[in-house]
Design a protein around this ligand. Structure first.
Ligand SMILES: *Cc1c(COP(=O)(O)O)cnc(C)c1O
Length: 399
């Protein structure tokens, strides 16, 4: 018998299963079988937060008022640190009161932004592949998705001219993210200029996720949407402390940009949460003020891993392009092998966990994402196991 009162709301049924949760089950089963897993599946940095950040948190614990409810809009000093960071990195001047809002991690904000802005039936443009929060938020809000299919042939960049006019006229929001998770693609400044012109012409809110602002290599400096003149009239940008500062478990990020949109998100959040533990905000503020050499060390760590893994995969037949940013490799599956099959094969035969590309949308089919979240010794062990299992990449031979 179906108990109607136990059936979750429609909006939950609109959601495809969360692949990371399913992968977790498979990992648990493999572990029970005694497999030593090398988990390169999630984008969960393996390091710890920098010592000055931990020390700032410990000092903040000593302050009694930090134990109470934090201010809804975030502490003034964290918001000022966010504004100072934008000024230092991008020469963008923000009003810390109206144009910056701390978040319980950017995933929270990206999703809640959809609840604050998307009415049922509103059309939302989302690239495929993309970070799951970029399409799951709009789905929860009852929005309709239009997927912008990205491909290697176009360097995984959105082709604005390929979007049908009937779609652009209806669209309310575009979510996008460069440097990109999962494809590792980067976008030149001209791309951002094009995005702003597109959004202005069709009156679309731009939601840019700049999560990998600092994880860039070989002298490459990612562009902020807000560097583009006029961007804050029609856009917001999200950032997180999770990746660069290895603070994924602390749950802290922020959004900046259009004051009206930020006000909308703040209004929603005032009804949902009480903000971020003040101790965490004090720590995050310290992270944004760390001397540049800290960020350089982190960049160097991921660059070494990137080069090591690309070289090792090269010996197994893969030609993976040298990504200019992020903490991932986006690796094609051997011909005739689906993302899911390849990821499952790897898990079962080698204990190496990667994420099937289709977890990020249909256009991720044919790829897996490998996170650079283990040191080179461990990555070397992963490569040895893949080699011993006889798994290689070979170009499809025409018959
Ligand atoms: C990891 C990641 C996030 C998540 O950030 P949190 O602040 O930890 O919620 C957001 N966007 C992208 C593209 C990511 O890869």
């Amino acid at each position: 018998m179906i108990h109607n009162w136990l059936v979750p709301a429609e909006r939950l049924r609109a959601l495809p299963p969360y692949v990371f949760a399913r992968l977790d089950e498979l990992k648990a089963r493999a572990r029970e079988q005694g497999l030593d897993l090398i988990d390169l599946g999630m984008g969960n940095p393996d390091g710890t937060a920098p010592l000055p950040v931990v020390e700032a948190a410990i000092a903040a614990f000593e302050v009694p008022r930090n134990h109470g409810y934090p201010p809804f809009e975030g502490t003034a000093s964290f918001r000022q640190a966010i504004a100072a960071w934008y000024e230092r990195c991008y020469n963008v001047c923000l009003d810390p009161d109206s144009e910056a809002l701390p978040l319980l991690g950017s995933k929270e904000g990206l999703t809640h932004l959809a609840l604050a802005y998307v009415n049922p039936g509103d059309l939302v443009l989302v690239p495929s592949p993309s970070y799951p929060a970029h399409f799951r938020g709009p789905l929860i809000a009852g929005g309709e998705l239009y997927h912008l299919h990205l491909s290697a042939a176009q360097d995984w960049l959105i082709d604005f001219s390929a979007i049908p006019e009937a779609i652009t006229r209806r669209a309310k929001i575009l979510y996008f993210n460069y440097p990109n998770n999962p494809t590792t693609a980067t976008a030149p400044r001209e791309f951002f200029e094009e995005a702003v012109a597109f959004a202005r012409h069709y009156e679309i809110l731009l939601v840019h996720d700049l999560c990998y602002a600092e994880l860039a290599f070989d002298g490459y400096q990612p562009t902020s949407l807000l560097e583009i003149p006029g961007a804050r009239d029609l856009g917001v940008e999200f950032h997180t402390l999770s990746k660069t500062y290895s603070m994924a478990g602390w749950r802290v990020g922020f959004v900046v940009g259009n004051a009206q949109v930020i006000q909308g998100l703040r209004t929603l959040k005032t009804n949902l949460d009480y903000g971020i533990f003040s101790v965490v905000q004090a720590a995050a503020e310290t992270a944004l003020q760390l001397p540049h050499f800290y960020v350089q060390q982190v960049q160097e760590r991921y660059r070494q891993r990137r080069d090591f893994l690309i070289a090792g995969l090269g010996e197994l037949g893969w030609q993976v392009p040298r990504s200019k940013a992020t903490m991932y490799l986006w690796v094609p599956c051997p011909p005739e092998t689906s993302s899911t099959d390849f990821a499952l094969d790897l898990l079962q035969q080698t204990g190496v966990v990667v994420t099937p590309g289709n977890a990020f949308g249909d256009a991720g089919e044919g790829y897996v994402r490998i996170s650079l979240i283990a040191d080179c010794d461990r990555l070397g062990e992963a490569l040895r196991r893949i080699q011993q299992a006889g798994i290689r990449y070979s170009e499809k031979v025409a018959v």
